[in-house]
Design a protein around this ligand. Structure first.
Ligand code: SAJ
Length: 406
């Protein structure tokens, strides 16, 4: 089958590669020439497990261009940013990508939207554009992969396929069956869109609950980590993990696409709780010091990835600076952090307090005796319950752990 994938980002590119590996004739389309040049040069995220090898195998078999070419199936995997003012999805990329198909689309073609979108987008926005005077099949197939395991999850995760009609669903299932090795669930496009958003809203509200438990624990005098561990031994309980806030370009944003309906109460409150965590971490720092230099370890939105989008590190650094602290942020992996990054040794030199924001594997091996010689004051705030407390105490540090009130 000839497949044209629009958007060579973190979903579109590996999807195109897997389709090419499955034997399809694939064209990768992106409006950015630069992005295409990087892909053709196999300059892909080397820290994403398996991506480089996948690219090496698939890219030589693929075609690339800045405009769609005639194909049997089109997959749209472009960003759906979020308007921070209105808290609504910005569908301009989805609309532009859909409209860019008009010069090449033909009767019998399949158009699949993968971009995370508010319920109704495929039926009410994508389908009317491509079906104008044409018999086109249209479906929504949400992406499910987690950064850090994109290449394995793209093949092994169960998928939901929702057509705007049954014929569209069947056509999309056939396409995805060619590379997905797991169960494919059939539904309609609106249910598929809603289910995707519910997955991330579930995670966000659950993390908000964990963060609320952490605050209760600190003020009541118990250890939330131990309490969550024990609560989760119940067969029907899965409390998530507290932390300094929720980052990434999915979980802090997608829940708003459901709240757009105007019928959400819990979702906005959960967002507010999670967004308030950086300020809460600043309060933990102030128990130790009220001025001086603060070293922040970690700028990415989660451990051992390069992506720093929406990471809680930036708001945390901003609040500390507004409060008169000097801030130095360090990270061994971050590629797109909005602020300044410095090497680890520079960050801790002269620091009055060290905050762990991201529990990168590299931070498990820190030599606290060496760090103790470089800092000004021996204080640590661990927001991930990650550090070996005996090592910290042994090196003369005082520390607090978010959620440990015992
Ligand atoms: N976090 C916590 N506590 C937890 C779990 C996560 O504070 O217990 C924080 C992390 O530190 C991070 C943020 O939440 O800052 C988000 O991380 P994540 O690992 O939960 O999720 P993402 O954004 O990397 O990927 C999610 C995934 N969705 C679900 O697990 C339901 C992924 O499968 C989706 O494809 C992706 O969103 C997406 O693109 O929608």
């Amino acid at each position: 089958m000839r497949v044209c994938v629009l958007g060579m980002g973190y979903i579109g590119f590996p999807t195109a590669c897997f389709l090419a590996k499955a034997g399809h004739d694939v064209t990768g389309v992106d409006i950015s020439e630069k992005a295409l040049e990087r892909i053709k040069a196999l300059d892909v995220d080397a820290e994403e497990p398996g991506l480089k090898a996948l690219a090496e195998e698939a890219v030589p078999q693929m075609h690339f261009g800045t405009k769609p070419v005639p194909a049997d199936a089109f997959i749209i995997a472009v960003p759906t940013p979020f308007d921070k003012e209105t808290k609504e999805a910005d569908l301009s990329y989805v609309k532009a990508a859909t409209e860019s198909l008009l010069p090449v689309i033909e009767d019998g073609n399949l158009v699949v939207l993968e971009s995370t979108s508010p319920p109704g987008t495929t039926r009410d926005i994508v389908a009317p554009i491509v079906r104008e005077g044409k018999q086109v099949l249209v479906a929504y197939v949400p992406e499910k992969v987690i950064p850090g395991a994109i290449c394995s999850e793209m093949v092994s995760n169960e998928r939901v396929v929702g057509g705007v009609d049954d014929e569209s669903t069947e056509a999309a299932v056939k396409l995805y069956e060619s590379f997905v090795k797991s169960k494919i669930h059939k539904t309609d496009s609106v249910v598929a869109e809603a289910a995707k958003l519910m997955e991330n809203a579930y995670r966000d509200t659950n993390i908000a609950l964990a963060n609320e438990f952490a605050r209760i624990a600190e003020n009541t005098g118990f250890n939330v980590w131990e309490a969550i561990r024990l609560a989760n031994t119940h067969p029907r309980v899965n409390v998530h993990t507290p932390g300094p806030g929720v980052g990434g370009h999915c979980i802090p944003i997608d829940p708003w696409f459901l709240a757009e309906s105007g019928h959400a109460k819990l979702i906005p409150v959960s967002r507010e709780i999670n967004d308030s965590m950086p300020a809460y971490v600043v309060d933990l720092v102030k128990v130790f010091v009220d001025k001086g230099k603060i070293a922040i370890l970690g700028a990415t939105y989660k451990p051992d990835v390069t992506d720093a989008r929406e990471s809680p590190t930036k708001p945390l650094a901003d609040i500390l600076e507004e409060d008169g602290f000097e801030v130095a942020v360090t990270d061994p992996h971050a590629l797109n952090y909005e602020g300044n990054l410095v090497p680890f040794d520079d960050a801790v030199a002269g620091a009055s307090c060290i905050i762990l924001v991201v529990n990168h594997k590299a931070y498990a091996e820190l030599d606290w005796h060496e760090i103790a010689k470089k800092v000004r004051n021996h204080f640590v705030v661990d927001t991930r319950n990650f550090f070996d407390q005996r090592a910290l105490i042994g090196a003369g540090f005082e520390y607090s752990v978010l959620g440990k009130g015992d």
